[in-house]
Design a binder for this molecule. Structure first.
Ligand SMILES: [Zn+2]
Length: 304
């Protein structure tokens, strides 16, 4: 089956890792579970099992708030590749998986979606931010990341000599933030002021569509509390940068709109509030369908 192919190269790459002691213990747990569900005589041999685990590892989907609540494997949907600048959005309605186009897809274009949250979540590691040249391999092979660093919108640099240090500093901050998020450590270590200085340093060095810059601003105005007026300005700036890269139908814009709805409610700005409620509903309808759009819009209004 085609979808299985995607997993094979990865399972080979990970084979060495899988022969390590801790992985062998993990394998035992899986073997025992299979014995329980399938009966001892139906448990595949170790080589087959490793291959199957590799395929499941590479093709499974996670859904839910932390993207860990539901784990499922879909035969058809396994065929779609990741892209850091996707043209579709994926949604699980509890029974089936749906892909929705978020921009015009030409006849022979590949349909792609993002396997991870690109800027609004910190659970993804910094592999997408890392300067490809410095590591040899950047970790992502999508068409955007396959271009030399500095040439795609997500990596665009304005001042290469100064960019090296600024990128190092930015990545240090983002790596720290992702570790803190992973281990649920309070984000208080970061201050609005510290990130403001970092964003200032990036000006004229990294293009506004550079992912390191987008994620820095997202960290400041999506993850931390700050002055409402300042955060509203920053969220609007962030939305404009995001639209430049991913288009106005990119699903992660929902987090920015939710925050803008909240802030405009606090600031009693009825007109802006209404505008972002409409934007949120419009976007969720495109990405996730009518039912989800209404449900989520009501949820965010109730929170306010
Ligand atoms: Zn990529």
């Amino acid at each position: 089956m085609d979808e299985i192919q995607a997993g094979i190269s990865h399972s080979k790459e990970n084979f060495q890792l899988r022969s390590k002691p801790w992985y062998r213990l993990y394998l035992k747990v899986i073997e025992n579970a299979l014995k329980f569900y399938l009966g001892e005589e139906n448990v595949p041999n170790e080589a087959t099992l490793l291959k199957l685990i590799g395929k499941v590892d590479c093709n499974h989907y996670n859904f839910g708030e932390e993207k860990t609540e539901i784990c499922a494997l879909f035969i058809g949907a396994s065929k779609f590749d990741h892209s850091c600048v996707p043209n579709a959005s994926v949604h699980f309605n509890g029974k089936s998986i749906q892909l929705k186009a978020i921009k015009k897809i030409d006849k022979f274009d590949k349909v792609t979606f993002s396997y991870c949250r690109m800027f609004s979540g910190l659970e993804v590691s910094t592999i997408y931010l890392t300067m490809k040249d410095s590591l040899g391999e950047g970790g992502c092979y999508c068409s955007d990341c396959s271009q030399p660093y500095g040439t795609s919108p997500l990596t665009k640099i304005l001042d290469p000599p100064r960019a090296v240090h600024i990128l190092e500093e930015t990545e240090g901050h983002l790596l720290m933030a992702s570790l803190m998020a992973k281990y649920k450590y309070p984000m208080g270590w970061f201050s609005q002021e510290r990130l403001k200085q970092l964003l200032k340093k990036q000006e004229g060095v990294l293009d506004d569509t550079n992912l390191a810059r987008i994620r820095s601003l997202a960290l400041k105005c999506l993850m931390l509390n700050g002055n409402d007026f300042e955060m509203r300005e920053e969220l609007m700036t962030l939305a404009s940068w995001v639209k430049r890269v991913w288009g106005e139908n990119y699903e992660e814009l929902t987090e920015i709109y939710e925050k803008l709805i909240e802030i405009n409610a606090k600031l009693n700005d009825a007109e802006s509030y209404k505008y972002y409620v409409n934007e949120l509903i419009r976007l969720r309808m495109i990405c996730f369908g009518k039912e989800d759009a209404v449900k989520k819009a009501l949820e965010s209004l109730i929170r306010i």
